[in-house]
Write a protein that binds this ligand. Structure first.
Ligand code: ZN
Ligand code: FE
Length: 256
C-alpha cells in the first residue's frame, strides 16, 4: 500500500498533513503550524510520529516543531538552503535529494520564491506533492524573498509532474484564488466550472485541497502564462513568460 494522508485544519486557514507509510509504520507531520492537533490526530489513528517534514521556515509551518520533537523524538527534515531558520532541524535536504519515509521515497525540489529556502517533497509512488506555500490550488505563494523569475522556475519544476499528482498545499486559499483567477481569465471554461464547484464545497464547509496537477494546469493562472485570454487581460499579448507571470502575481497582490 502507498502513503495514507490525513488532513488537519488548524489556525484560520492552514492545513497540517500527516503522511503514513503503512508498510513501515513511519509517519511524518508535514508543516506543523502547531503541535497539539497533529499529536492528538496521530494518536487517534494509532500512528506514531517519526518525522517532521518542513517546506519552509515561516511560523505557520514550523511552529509545532520543537514541541512535537520533544514529545515523540521524531526526526526533523527541512531545507538545506534555510537550515538556520528551521527549529530543531536534524536532516538537511535540497534539490534532487531522495529522502525515505519508511519505505516511501520522496524526491526533493528546491522551489525558492516565497522564501529563499523553500522546498517541496514529491512522493512519486503515492502521487503526492507537499508544496507548502509555493503552489496553491488555483494560486501561488507571495514573493517574499524571491523574484518572479525564480518563482516561475520553481513552479515549472512542479508543473512537470504527472497530471494525477495530488497537490497537498498548506492553506485553504482556494475560493479567493478562484475569484482572482476568474478576473484574469474569465473565458476559461474549466476554470469557471471548477470555481463553481469550489463555491459549492466551501458553502458546505468542505475542503478543496488537495487538487490535482492536471486541474492546476487547466485552471491556475500562475501555471498559464501562455494563455491568450490571460495575456489579453494583462495587455501583455507579446510579452515573455516571466513578464506575464510577474504581472499576474502583481495583479493578485493588489486584488481585493
Ligand atoms: Zn509561508
Ligand atoms: Fe503559510
Amino acid at each position: 500500500m502507498t502513503l495514507q494522508i490525513e488532513r488537519i485544519p488548524v489556525l484560520s486557514d492552514n492545513y497540517i498533513w500527516l503522511a503514513h507509510d503503512p508498510a513501515s509504520g513511519a509517519t511524518a507531520v508535514v508543516d506543523p503550524a502547531v503541535a497539539d492537533a497533529p499529536i492528538q490526530r496521530a494518536a487517534e489513528l494509532g500512528w506514531r510520529i517519526t518525522h517532521i517534514l518542513n517546506t519552509h521556515h515561516h511560523g505557520d509551518h514550523v511552529g509545532g516543531n520543537l514541541e512535537i520533537k520533544a514529545a515523540t523524538g521524531c526526526t526533523i527534515v527541512g531545507p538545506r538552503a534555510d537550515a538556520a531558520r528551521i527549529p530543531g532541524i536534524d536532516v538537511q535536504v535540497g534539490d534532487g535529494d531522495r529522502y525515505r519515509l519508511g519505505t516511501a521515497e520522496a524526491e526533493v525540489f528546491d522551489v525558492p520564491g516565497h522564501t529563499r529556502g523553500h522546498i517541496a517533497f514529491w512522493f512519486a509512488a503515492g502521487e503526492a506533492l507537499f508544496c507548502g506555500d509555493t503552489l496553491f490550488v488555483m494560486g501561488c505563494g507571495r514573493l517574499f524573498e524571491g523574484t518572479p523569475a525564480q518563482m516561475w522556475h520553481s513552479l515549472s519544476k512542479l508543473a512537470r509532474l504527472p497530471d494525477a499528482t495530488s497537490i497537498y498545499c498548506a492553506h485553504e486559499y482556494t475560493q479567493s484564488n478562484a475569484r482572482f483567477a476568474l478576473s484574469v481569465e474569465p473565458d476559461n471554461a474549466a476554470l469557471r466550472a471548477r470555481a463553481a464547484e469550489v463555491d459549492r464545497l466551501r458553502a458546505a464547509n468542505q475542503p478543496t485541497v488537495p487538487g490535482t496537477l492536471g486541474q492546476e494546469r487547466a485552471t491556475n493562472p500562475f501555471l498559464r502564462p501562455g494563455s491568450p485570454g490571460l495575456r489579453r487581460t494583462l495587455h501583455l499579448e507579446n510579452a515573455g513568460t516571466v513578464e506575464v507571470f510577474g504581472a499576474t502575481r502583481a495583479a493578485k497582490d493588489s486584488f481585493r
